[in-house]
Write a protein that binds this ligand. Sequence first.
Ligand code: FE2
Length: 116
Amino acid sequence: MSLMPHNHQMFSVVGIYTGREDNVFWQRKGTTIEAVAAKSLGAGDVATLGSDAIHSVLNPIGKMTCALHVYGGDFFAPPNPRSEWDHETLIEEPWNVEHAKSLFREAEARFAASRG
Ligand SMILES: [Fe+2]
């Protein structure tokens, strides 16, 4: 599964307890974003993201990655609107929770199909 660049508009802490997720961290550059760092998280790893963080997340393995996420506010109704960036064009768009949910549903369906 690959989740496009997005922000949270609040701090967050992610603790992985199984699997792996590769994070790419992005920074605004003019009207777009550029990748500035990466961190691969496995079981037992913790990442702290500041309120201005922009990241994309990739699960590079063939099994579920599970983590605890703590957010510094209302994830679904942050004080400032959230954004996501198109993976191909890196154009900023308003965060669309239905888009994110559909990506998770599609990934779960691929996972289920891979297990027969
Ligand atoms: Fe995120």
